[in-house]
Design a protein around this ligand. Structure first.
Ligand SMILES: [Mg+2]
Length: 178
């Protein structure tokens, strides 16, 4: 797991109340699989899903903001109990701003994990920004944290565990499965 570089970053991570995730390239590997019938398929990683559930179990709200629209994203988020889902959000900063207003959460207590240029405007509002290990290089150079795992293959789980660890809840969560 990637480590938080310093105490200041750890403190920001410990303060996170709302964790926001992009879909394509973060919760998936970024590939859009389309068939002749117009059906869209995406692959989500089951371990990322358990990471999101762990966050919610420990009082961190989870939200998803994506520029695209698809039924599979809605279905997967419903399965996981993620209720804050914004699809078709071309302006991610505006979508995040609305969400923060709605939930009454401060941007400094919000994290955003994204993988591409379009995510930066929203990340700028947040106290903690993160990107998967295979994110666009421009984004990787700007975020607070880059995970070892790539998008769709554990990046979300790794970041979720890092947030739990920052607030001292990781071991308790893992031990709950003993
Ligand atoms: Mg993306």
């Amino acid at each position: 797991m990637s480590a938080l570089a310093d105490d200041q970053l750890r403190a920001r991570a410990a303060a996170i109340e709302l964790a926001v995730f992009d879909v394509d390239g973060v919760l998936t590997d970024g590939r859009l699989i389309l068939d002749d019938h117009g059906t869209q398929t995406k692959a989500f990683h089951v371990r990322d899903g358990l990471g999101l559930k762990a966050l919610m179990r420990h009082g961190i709200q989870v939200a998803v903001i994506t520029a695209r629209r698809s039924g599979v994203v809605e279905r997967r988020m419903t399965e996981l109990g993620v209720v804050h889902l914004r699809q078709g959000a071309g302006d991610k900063q505006a979508a995040l701003g609305e969400l923060l207003d709605e939930l009454g959460v401060d941007g400094q207590r919000t994290s955003f994990m994204g993988d591409d240029l379009i995510d930066w405007s929203a990340m700028k509002l947040c106290g903690l920004s993160a990107a998967p290990g295979d994110a666009d290089a421009w984004i990787r150079a700007r975020v607070d944290l880059v995970t070892t795992a790539p998008g769709g293959q554990g990046a979300v789980r790794e970041f979720s565990e890092l947030l739990l660890a920052a607030r001292g809840a990781l071991k308790a969560w893992q031990d709950s499965y003993l």
